[in-house]
Design a protein around this ligand. Sequence first.
Ligand code: 5MM
Length: 348
Amino acid sequence: MNPQQLRDTATTLVAGDKGLLAMDESNPTCNRRFAKLGIPQTEEMRRAYREMIVTTPGLGESISGAILFDETIRQQKKDGTPFVKAIADMGIIPGIKVDTGAKDLAGHPGEKITEGLDGLRDRLAEYSQMGARFAKWRAVIVVGDGIPSRASIEANAQALARYAALCQEAGLVPVVEPEVLMDGDHNLERCREATEEVLRTVFDQLYTQRVMLEGMILKPNMVLPGLTCPKQETVDEVADATVRCLLRSVPAAVPGIAFLSGGQSAELASARLNAMNVRFKSRLPWALAFSFARAIQQPALEIWQGDDTHALPAQRALYHRASCNRAARRGEYSAAMENTPQFARPGA
Ligand code: 5MM
């Protein structure tokens, strides 16, 4: 482990107004998203889709790091250029998802535990050799009747901390992602309560496992009402609740917080991130950035539809969403940007 290198990588990932692009959907998740649009669920289609993403001109203006899946980090562009090189050539730091998925937690119906610690040291060494400089692990916390349980919170927090310690040993910056799901009719306060408990437990475990906080990134959910909760708070109320929760639970030594989008619409995710930066940026110890998958990719995927003749408009949509989120980091995003052609760089 080289502490200075870890610090430098973590700081670079959240520097300025850039953020992360999560393009680490596992094959089942990617296939599910393809199936909804009638796109064939094959390895070649997944490769072609990822090629469309990594060849988007100007993506590096807004994106500091891209999280890949195991299949993707081993793939190349049609001309033989490895994706890792294509990404690095745009000034984007390659990263890798290293968990092997959320499974049912024994004895706790409805709850999940993320797996992937077995053999992780060797996998990290391989990914590092392939050019990855950071890694990601996602824990899934379900909110419902009587859950999340302490068992699920503690087991997931301990796995996140053990993963993070192994990453730093291997010279990779851990992106620590405890996701409190939006699914359900719980209200914003319930999400705040669960998120705060989860984050406090995660940082307790990170301390126990001797993880260097300056060399990591936190990737949490925003504090939101459940998707089917009748009361949906305003953008500013969500921003306030999220920042208040983070101030109570995230140590100042962490360089950056990069939110997941979690199923919010792309526009809402940008608006909420923007509101946090408008209202609090100058008073926060850490950067507030993004690490979105759906909220950056979904419009582009819907345009691409598995047809490479749609690549250019799809890339425009991707570039546009990345640019909107870059503006949100500065606190300069507005709904009006959704209709301006200013962000349409690809092929402009
Ligand atoms: C929560 O998912 C992460 C962020 O994506 P969204 O911004 O769409 O919420 C993402 O990195 C996630 O880990 C992958 O897309 C899904 O991974 P799996 O392993 O579930 O396929």
